[in-house]
Design a protein around this ligand. Sequence first.
Ligand code: FES
Ligand SMILES: [Fe+2]
Length: 398
Amino acid sequence: MEYGFMDKSERLRVLNTLTERLANGTTADAGGIMRVPMSDFTSSQLFAQEQEVFFRNTPLCMGLSSDLPEPSTYWSDNATGIPILMVRDGEGNFRAYANACRHRGSKVVPEGRGSRSRFACPFHAWTYGLDGKLLKVYKEGHFGNVSNRNLGLIALPSAELHGTLWVRPTCGDPIDEDECLSGLQDDLAHWNLSDHPVVGKQVIDTRMNWKLVVDSYGEIYHLNVLHAKTAAKEALGNLQTLDTFDKNLRMVVANQKLNLVRLFMPRMDVWPYRQITSTMYFFYPNVIMLVDTFGVDLLRVFPLEDSPTKSRTIHSWYIHPNVQKHFKTHGMSYEDRLRTFRDAVAKEDYAMGEDVQLNADVGIPSEIFLGRNEGALQHFHNAHRSGIGRDLLPVEDA
Ligand code: FES
Ligand SMILES: [Fe+2]
């Protein structure tokens, strides 16, 4: 297997499609347009359903394997709205628990990550192992004998799938790999995701519906307009491939270097894929993963403060090992790249989204349009609709 790329035939198919579309002035075409009611971004009834289905009962991609880099590491995360404790146990297995003490319900481990083989609750020091078992009850003679009551941490369904970590925030059936990845397994395996160490995390809060945030990453029709002075200097606007994998999808965009490479490198099979493209994945229902020359950026999007009009993006950057060497050799700062990423997203994309939300709040216009060249957005909206049993939006001739 080649290191850190998509499978060769798939890669060539994507590059061929991009270069043909570049030459012809075409792009991925969804076959028609779609109308989305603006109330999808404000309705509290819909939002309650989304919370229940997507953020309580659906397996969510929480991160990459390198978030728990070795045995006996943990990561306590509250992003879903339910405190979750994730660990890699002494044998290297990924496990997840409700971060709730069985004594009086305190959070056993404060938010954060590190290395530990047992967890003592900060309230009365009940202590749990990485396998979730209750190891010790502080002054059990005074408290009462509960050791035969099976009071371990409550396990949540979890799975480590080709370098990605998945957890369902509430108890339920085991996680089904096909349901989570739906055909993306081969792509993920080829990226060698677990070899990309996490080097930065940041949180971006916005006043917009969480689906508007997801939409920000799903089209580049806006690139040469909204990002004329920034990202458009790097990437090629309105040019993309789009492949759907059940509720997930993959969209590949090209950067300006593709123009040079196709002129000077006749053999497409040696083109530096990661330097000339950005490959975007949508992991239903709320995660965007971008793979490019810097490594992997994971954007997990959640509603904030139980509101349909507020959201939180948690950005994690997992660096490509060669880029990490480059950063070290040249004394480059991870913070600078994180800030640049944040500025591009927050000051341009999310600023637009917050304007959309203001209009959505008053219901004007009552519906918005997704173009033939915004097929990923059409897919997001219908994937979310099908997830909660709503009628799908039709694709209309235009
Ligand atoms: S609530 Fe955890 S030990 Fe009491
Ligand atoms: Fe953008």
